[in-house]
Ligand binder design. Structure first.
Ligand code: 5GP
Ligand code: ZN
Length: 114
């Protein structure tokens, strides 16, 4: 996707503060953090949102969660707790139309969201 900012981050043409990368996914710090720890995990292949998930491409989501599991331990937020967020569509507050999972931690988070 030529105009997708997260595709550009995945291919490296827009820089990011990377935490983890493999052939399928990239994890990087959010540019505008909402918690002491706030990073994003994206598939390198463009998937617009959870609305586009199917039996074939959903394997990436299981992989994303195993990557999150590894990173939260490395960043020492596993024990204290954290939140994984996926915003989908306009009402869900999605602003970048390349599926991504936010991971927020390092402070007590409020619930419910607004
Ligand atoms: P959404 O609102 O779509 O769920 O989340 C998009 C997130 O991407 C926001 O938290 C925003 O701060 C982050 N973001 C937008 N542009 C960039 C960027 O160029 N670099 C990084 N690292 N994060 C970005
Ligand atoms: Zn994209």
């Amino acid at each position: 996707m030529a105009e997708c900012i997260f595709c550009k981050i995945a291919e490296g043409s827009i820089p990011s503060k990377k935490i983890y990368e493999d052939d399928m996914v990239l994890a990087f710090y959010d540019i505008s953090p909402e918690a002491p720890v706030h990073f994003l995990v994206i598939p390198k292949k463009h998937i617009s949102s959870v609305n586009e998930v199917d039996e074939e491409n959903s394997k990436i989501i299981a992989h994303i969660f195993t990557v999150i599991n590894k990173i939260v331990k490395e960043l020492n937020i596993a024990e204290g707790g954290y939140r994984i967020v996926n915003n989908c569509g306009v009402d869900g507050g999605q602003t970048v139309n390349h599926m991504h999972f936010h991971v927020l931690g390092g402070r007590t988070l409020q619930w419910p969201p607004g």
